[in-house]
Design a protein around this ligand. Structure first.
Ligand SMILES: [Zn+2]
Length: 696
């Protein structure tokens, strides 16, 4: 999928110029999800992206190298029980040296995948913030990964399986793929190869990915091949990216030292989706997972694979799935991969299935912060309307939900999908890292007596997923199809877009969003031309807090849109106002969204949220922390009183604080709320609440 064609303006900075060219000065066609065609210079996002580039990226790799102090008993026990080396990259070195079955392996079986995910995320950051030191560090990692692969004649690489149980490749011969993660790790390698190529023009990691993908394509697929599917989703999307990068850059095949037939990668992704639910029982040893007897078909003897259960979206076939179930990270990444396939094949069965899954997620199972996965046991989705305050809400699951929503917008075009992506970005995702950039969360509940971020974790899956999503943000801002440009996110940025009618359009978006709702977009086509600019009007700005009424809010102010200073009628269709006209140089569109405090209520079907209210302003959900609200436990908000919002530049790197009126018993008090993403940064161990009782 071409995000959109880009071209170069001579006025664009040298950084912009250089990244659009490969090392040999040949214009690289832009594959999907390429962050290079948009440049951000945003008051909210740019300082954060710089911090994540300068601090978080280094921190994550340092900690994978074991440069941290273990916190908690789990890490210390791991070290003894799993023969931990405290340096995940030594896993690759041991494999490269030909070691097999030593039972010395650092970290859980999915550590390879987490490293590949980190490389992908940091690659996208490098595309925005070139950093030769980091690039050369990753090149060093890639050399070690490639050396590990070179030690296997098939191009197979999975350091856990190779070092701990080499006889169980892909969970075969009595192994357990759900534990081993061979396919998951492979899929993350595919993505890393593609993203690192897009960022740097370097093909070494992509070649490693292709070699492994070719091996998997040889053995996995419909009969007579083996029925091997991911027990942890993500690889479906990875295989699609591998397919797209070669489909859109046929000349790239000549730079890869192994044969490439990209159609095989598409077929593999499709097989991985459609083979779910077609199995014949359970693995012999399940580890910590729910596998009740009703959870799958044990009777069909024509099937050749063990069942990973609803936990892995494997209890019923994909086309029969109507609700989003199981492990929330797996479920959202599974749906994301299926949506990517739908983008390619437009198969109505795919469109129907992914629409059902998304509607169920966004309409009945998504928390106000964009978090998903209510239940700690199996880290899974709960029933419809089960949205308790102390829910689990893993950072990774929010990321999966965000990627799913973004792909749904690409597929079906409605703004409601971006509304939910935006909900994730500004809330459940952003809270996953500290303002210092080196402390993280795994769970993001909506209430806590004592909030703590950690240094590192025995399963540090969330920091890599965090990096993957935040580094993709530039790519989410604009979307172009035929002769339309959609402005999806309100982030100060420049973009160059070539339309189907060959018009080249330069966009300059200026805004302080989400601090205020004023957005100005200068439109510069290379010649006068008829096309459409679509402005997303977020649901919260027009009293549609959630498209299925899962949440409700009301704002009295109107959305205002002006073209060259003249107001136009605001007619919203599928979440957008479309402005179709003959555009000329320096036309300006102004959009004013009512970013002001609002009260949000949950649907009455959500039993856990009866009598409670949340506070939001624009895309930001707010929270009350103990430090500003001494009597938080007993506080009831007076929703009849108006709230005020004041920008405090020196608090939490600059946030707007919302003040309002509450009662503690009969005493009237002022409450102060801060954005949820910033929770736990003033006083570690502090209490907080998103949903608060209100006076009735
Ligand atoms: Zn995680």
């Amino acid at each position: 999928m071409n995000k959109f064609k880009i071209f170069l303006f001579t006025t664009i900075s040298i950084v912009y110029y250089s990244v659009a060219f490969s090392q040999n000065d040949k214009l690289v066609a832009e594959p999907s999800q390429n962050v290079k065609s948009v440049k951000i210079n945003d008051a909210f996002w740019t300082p954060k992206l710089e911090l994540w580039s300068k601090t978080t990226a280094y921190d994550v790799f340092n900690k994978f190298e074991g440069k941290y102090e273990p916190q908690g008993e789990d890490l210390i026990e791991d070290k003894e029980e799993l023969g931990r080396t405290r340096d995940a990259f030594l896993n690759f070195d041991a494999v490269a040296e030909g070691k097999r079955g030593t039972r010395i392996h650092d970290g859980p079986p999915w550590y390879d995948g987490l490293i590949y995910e980190s490389i992908r995320g940091v690659a996208d950051l490098l595309a925005q913030f070139p950093d030769p030191v980091m690039e050369s560090r990753i090149d060093g990692y890639i050399d070690r990964i490639a050396a590990a692969q070179a030690s296997d004649p098939d191009g197979y690489i999975d350091t856990y399986t190779q070092l701990v149980e080499p006889e169980h490749r892909f969970g075969q011969n009595g192994g357990n793929l759900r534990w081993q993660h061979d396919i998951y790790n492979a899929g993350m390698l595919f993505e890393a190869g593609v993203h690192y190529y897009n960022a740097t023009g370097k093909t070494k990691l992509l070649e490693v990915a292709v070699r492994f993908a070719n091996y998997i394509c040889k053995i996995a697929g419909p009969a007579p091949k083996q029925n091997i599917v991911p027990a942890h989703s993500g690889p479906e999307e990875g295989a699609m990216k591998l397919y797209w990068v070669f489909k859109e850059n046929p000349e790239l095949k000549n730079k890869i030292g192994v044969p490439v037939n990209e159609k095989n990668y598409y077929d593999l992704a499709k097989f991985w989706i459609e083979a779910k639910g077609h199995s014949d029982g359970y693995p012999p040893q399940l580890i910590g997972c729910d596998h009740s007897a009703s959870d799958g078909d044990h009777t069909d003897k024509n099937l050749t694979r063990l069942n990973f259960g609803a936990y892995s979206q494997d209890s019923i076939p994909f086309f029969e799935q109507t609700t989003i179930e199981g492990h929330a990270v797996r479920a959202t990444l599974f749906a994301t991969g299926a949506t990517s396939i739908a983008l390619e094949n437009h198969d109505p069965r795919y469109v129907k299935s992914v629409s059902s899954l998304w509607d169920n997620m966004a309409g009945r199972r998504m928390f106000i912060t964009g978090g998903v996965g209510a239940i700690a046991h199996d880290e899974k989705f709960g029933e419809d309307y089960y949205l308790p305050n102390d829910a689990y809400l893993e950072t990774c699951a929010a990321v999966g939900a965000g990627f799913f929503s973004q792909r749904m917008n690409e597929l079906l075009g409605a703004g409601e999908y971006i509304d939910q992506l935006e909900r994730v970005l500004y809330n459940s995702l952003l809270t996953g890292v500290s303002l210092s950039g080196d402390m993280y969360t795994y769970q993001n509940p909506l209430v806590a007596d004592s909030h703590h971020r950690w240094n590192w974790h025995s399963c540090p899956c969330c920091p890599p997923m965090f990096l993957k999503m935040v580094s993709s943000v530039p790519n989410f801002i604009y979307e172009s199809k035929s002769n339309e440009i959609a402005v999806n996110l309100f982030i100060d940025s420049e973009a160059n877009i070539e339309l189907e009618n060959k018009t080249k359009v330069h966009l300059e978006q200026s805004t302080k969003y989400p601090l205020d709702g004023n957005i100005s977009i200068k439109v510069t086509p290379d010649s006068e031309s008829n096309f459409s600019i679509k402005l997303r009007i977020p649901g919260w700005a027009r009293n549609v807090e959630n498209p299925f009424c899962l949440y409700q809010s009301k704002i009295d102010s109107e959305v205002v849109i002006k073209v060259n200073g003249e107001p136009i009628k605001v007619e919203v269709f599928e979440g957008y106002v479309t402005i179709k006209r003959k555009w000329k140089k320096d036309d300006v569109v102004d959009l004013m969204l009512p970013v002001q405090p609002r009260y949000v209520y949950a649907n009455k079907n959500v039993k856990d949220l009866g009598g409670l209210v949340a506070i939001a302003a624009g895309p930001l959900v707010y929270t009350l922390e103990g430090n500003f609200n001494a009597e938080l436990a007993d506080l009831k908000i007076d929703t009849n009183k108006a709230m005020s919002m004041v920008y405090m530049p020196n608090l939490l790197d600059g946030v707007s604080v919302i003040k309002g009126t509450a009662k503690v018993g009969s005493k009237e008090v002022e409450f102060r709320a801060i954005p949820y993403y910033a929770v736990g940064n003033i006083k570690p161990g502090d209490s907080y609440k998103v949903w608060i009782p209100y006076l009735r």
